[in-house]
Each structure stands twice: as structure tokens, then as C-alpha cells.
Write a protein that binds this ligand. Structure first.
Ligand code: NAD
Ligand code: UGA
Length: 433
């Protein structure tokens, strides 16, 4: 099948490359000329493990193409996916659909023959109806079906998630479009992936409901962690003890500094606005947002408390700046709250992240270092903000030798408290004694 991806970002590029890997012919379109130029040179615009190899192979085998101009590929396409950003609208919490509508309008003008227009971007309930009305306005003669197919991949494991999803959700009412979607995802039948067909509005809501539930689950364990600290329990044992109940499940129960990233914060916010407008407020999700925001803000105080209450004039070494490991994405990372708050309290910050290069533009007055041990050199405390693999087995004797004082604040519970104390560290973590 001939597929076009509008938007070659974290979702569009990964989905496009994976569809090509399934055997489809895919063109990824992006209006960012620099991004497309880099892709033409074989340079990935994002850091995503395994992506480069898939892109390289499918380009070489003639199934994957990149362009800034959608005209030729859209005219020949069986399915056109919209995978552009849907950030928070400035001034209120709704999703900004400007990019989605602009892409839909552009595609509508270029389609020939029957075309399935698939919304992969996360869009609020009813956006599919708006897109359909817009397309009919631009092309009253067009033969198009507008479908919802939300994406559930996670950054850092995006390729595995796309190729082995728990499910694929497709919101479609038209039989011809359903058959195109079945053909597109047929390669997943080998893994017996469940492809769930539903109506478009339910499909749109499934995406938000899933993200909000996961955000709520994380926030629940984070609050449990706070309680553990007060009553002398261990949150990792509590998480395991409840997670072994299949009705609860053990995933997304890692306590930490609060969730971040390009989706949970914006999607929970957008969902609460949609719900409030519809007269069915989602108070649990509203509370999740408030609790998580407060948590991220409180983390600097927690670090200061571990350092005796005052960080003024002290040097803090920070490991990890991205919102999670194995991505270069800095959007809504907890580090963007924590690092400036430490600096505002008078601390000097030296930091390292393997891929969070964008932090240099986002964080002021930080001394960026080139490796994990460099951040510890002369620091009064070491703080782990993101659990990159390379921070999991540090040479603890070397760490102790480099730090001014053997103090480690581990906001991701990477290390074992007993072992750290045995090694002579003062060690603070989340929800553990
Ligand atoms: P992104 O910002 O990485 O990429 C979007 C790309 O679209 C950009 O490169 C931009 O230049 C391009 N673009 C915008 N308008 C365009 C147009 N008219 N024509 C061509 N290109 C255009 O965004 P992302 O993280 O990939 O997210 C895309 C959507 O997918 C969002 O709705 C997001 O909520 C959803 N989503 C993201 C993830 C994730 O892990 N990042 C996972 C699931 C769903
Ligand atoms: C999340 C969802 O997991 C994906 O299913 C969804 O497609 C995506 O959002 C999206 O809609 O964009 P992602 O944001 O890439 O994926 O990463 P997650 O692994 O979900 O982590 C999000 C945040 O939650 C991170 O800050 C992470 O550190 C935090 N987290 C996650 C925890 O604090 N504890 C956990 O147990 C899990």
C-alpha cells in the first residue's frame, strides 16, 4: 500500500519507518526543511533506539522516502496519516489543533481517488468530525474517509511498541476505509495483535482515557511513596505487592519526581477541559494534574532538605535531564522545574545527560559536563533525575572520591538504600527508608 505520514516527528517518523518495514511504501513529509535534509543524509532528527537502522534499511530497499512537498505522494496515496503536534493551546488548556487542520486542508487539496485520511495525532473528541467537514469544504468532489487511529507508543521503546502493540485502535464507520486499515495493519496479525474497531469518537477518547489513567496510576504510587516515608514502609514493596494483583498490574508503578514528557501533561489537561465543557468534569484527572505539578515543584525542596535545608553556595551534580531515559525529548521534563528552582535557591548546578542536548537552550546558568563522573567532581551532592542505564552501575568508590560529601539523592530509586549506606553514603530516595 502507499502511505503518507504528514509530520516526521517522534510519532510520524517511527510509524512511517515501521510501516515501511511491514512492506508498505511510505513517504514521510515534514515542513521542517532541516529535518528532511538530515533524513536525506541518513541523520536522525531525534534520538530513538533502533530507529536509524530501520530507516537506513527501508530507504536502501526503496520503501521509505522523505519530502517537504506532499503533492506527488498524497496524490498517489491509499492512506494519509496526520502525525503533527497537538500542543497545549496558549492561554488555556485545550489542545491546539492548528497544525492538524492545516495539514488536513493541505492534504484535501491534493488527494486523487479514494483516500483514507487517518488522524494519528492525539486529538480531542469531535476533531475527526471537524476534519471531515473541513475536507468536504475544500474538496466537495473528493472521495475521502476520515479515520481515527491513535498512537500508543512510548518514546525510548517506540519501535518495539509500534511493532508489538498491546492493541491497535481504529475509529471508522466506512467499510472501504476499514478494509484499507485492515490491510495496513495486517502484518501485525502474525503477532496476533488485537485490532479493535470502534466509532471515531470512542477511538479519540480511548487515547486520552489511556494516558490519563496511566498518569493517575503514577500519581497514585507517588502519593503512596510519600506515605511510605512517613510511616516507615517501602514503596517498591508496596508497588510489587499491589501490582501482583492482575486487576492492578505492576506496570507504571515506579515512584519518582512526577511524570513529565510531551504527552501526559498536555493530554491530561486537554481532557479535563473537554470534560468540563461537556458538563462531565473529571475530578480525578484534575487532581492528578494538580498533585503532579505540585510534586515536580516540591522536588527542589526535597533535595535541599537532604542537603541540610540550604543549598545556597553549594554545588549540585545532576545526572539526567530528559523526562525519561532513551530519548532526547526535554518537553515538560521534571528537570525543567527542579534545576531552575535549585539555582533560584543559590545552588551551582553541574549536569550531564547522554542525549538531552536541548537542555543547553532551555536551562540557564548550568555548567554542562561531558560525562557522569564529571558532574560529581567537587559537588556537595549527587542527584539522579533520570534513570539512564549508564547511571545504574556507577563506580561507587569513584563517586565517593569525587564528591565533596558522600551524599546521593536518587529521585528514581536506582540504587539500594542498604547497599549505599554500607558503601558509606548518605542516601535519600523516594518512598524508601
Ligand atoms: P513532534 O513535534 O515530534 O513532530 C511533529 C512534526 O510535524 C514536526 O516535525 C513538525 O515540523 C511537523 N509538522 C507540523 N505541521 C506540519 C505540516 N502541515 N506538514 C508537514 N509537517 C508538519 O510531535 P510528536 O511527538 O511526534 O507528536 C505528534 C502527535 O502524536 C501529537 O498529537 C502527540 O500527542 C501524539 N503522540 C505522541 C507520542 C510521543 O511519544 N511523542 C506518542 C503517542 C502520540
Ligand atoms: C506515554 C504513554 O506511555 C504512551 O502510551 C503514549 O503513547 C505517549 O505517552 C503519548 O501519548 O505520547 P511517554 O510519554 O513516551 O509515553 O513515556 P512514559 O514511559 O509513559 O513516561 C511518561 C512519564 O511518566 C515520564 O516522565 C516517566 O518518568 C514517568 N513515569 C512512568 C513514572 O514516573 N513512573 C512510571 O512507573 C512510569
Amino acid at each position: 500500500m502507499r502511505v503518507v505520514m504528514i509530520g516526521a516527528g517522534y510519532v510520524g517518523l517511527v510509524s512511517g519507518a515501521c510501516f515501511a518495514e511491514f512492506g508498505h511504501t511510505v513517504t514521510c513529509i515534514d515542513k521542517d526543511e532541516g529535518k528532511i535534509a538530515r533524513l536525506h543524509q541518513g541523520v536522525m532528527p531525534i534520538y530513538e533506539p533502533g530507529l536509524e537502522a530501520i530507516v537506513e534499511r527501508n530507504v536502501a530497499e526503496g520503501r521509505l522516502f522523505f519530502a517537504t512537498d506532499p503533492a506527488a505522494s498524497v496524490a498517489a496515496a491509499d492512506a494519509v496519516f496526520i502525525a503533527v503536534g497537538t500542543p497545549t493551546r496558549r492561554g488555556n488548556g485545550h489542545a491546539d489543533l492548528t497544525y492538524v487542520y492545516a495539514a488536513a486542508e493541505e492534504v484535501a487539496a491534493l488527494m486523487t481517488g479514494f483516500t483514507v485520511l487517518v488522524t494519528k495525532s492525539t486529538v480531542p473528541i469531535g476533531a475527526g468530525d471537524e476534519i471531515e467537514a473541513l475536507v468536504r469544504r475544500v474538496r466537495p468532489d473528493g472521495d475521502v474517509s476520515v479515520v481515527s487511529n491513535p498512537e500508543f507508543l512510548r518514546e525510548g521503546s517506540a519501535i518495539e511498541d509500534f511493532k508489538h502493540p498491546d492493541r491497535v485502535v481504529v475509529g471508522v464507520s466506512d467499510e472501504r476505509a476499514r478494509s484499507v486499515m485492515e490491510d495496513l495493519y495486517r502484518p501485525l496479525n502474525l503477532n496476533e495483535t488485537r485490532i479493535m474497531f470502534t466509532d471515531r469518537r470512542s477511538s479519540e477518547l480511548i487515547k486520552y482515557a489511556a494516558n490519563a489513567f496511566l498518569a493517575l496510576k503514577i500519581t497514585y504510587i507517588n502519593e503512596m511513596a510519600d506515605l511510605c516515608e512517613k510511616v516507615g514502609a517501602d514503596v517498591q514493596h508496596v508497588a510489587m505487592g499491589i501490582g501482583l494483583d492482575h486487576r492492578i498490574g505492576g506496570k507504571f508503578l515506579h515512584a519518582g519526581p512526577g511524570y513529565g514528557g510531551s504527552c501526559f501533561p498536555k493530554d491530561t489537561l486537554a481532557l479535563t477541559h473537554t470534560a468540563a465543557d461537556a458538563g462531565a468534569p473529571l475530578r480525578l484527572v484534575e487532581t492528578t494534574i494538580a498533585v503532579n505539578d505540585a510534586r515536580k515543584k516540591a522536588m527542589a525542596g526535597r533535595i535541599a532538605a537532604a542537603m541540610g535545608g540550604d543549598v545556597a553556595g553549594k554545588t549540585i551534580g545532576i545526572l539526567g535531564l530528559t523526562f525519561k531515559p532513551n530519548t532526547d525529548d526535554m518537553r515538560d521534563s521534571p528537570s525543567l522545574d527542579i534545576v531552575p528552582a535549585l539555582i533560584a535557591r543559590g545552588a551551582r548546578v553541574q549536569a550531564y545527560d547522554p542525549e538531552g542536548h536541548e537542555a543547553r537552550a532551555l536551562l540557564r546558568d548550568v555548567d554542562f559536563r561531558d560525562g557522569p563522573y564529571e558532574v560529581m567532581d567537587g559537588a556537595d551532592a549527587l542527584v539522579i533525575l533520570t534513570e539512564w542505564d549508564q547511571f545504574r552501575a556507577l563506580d561507587l568508590d569513584r563517586v565517593k572520591g569525587l564528591l565533596n560529601a558522600p551524599l546521593v539523592v536518587d529521585l528514581r530509586n536506582v540504587y539500594n538504600p542498604d547497599h549505599m549506606r554500607l558503601k558509606g553514603f548518605t542516601y535519600a530516595s523516594i518512598g524508601r527508608m
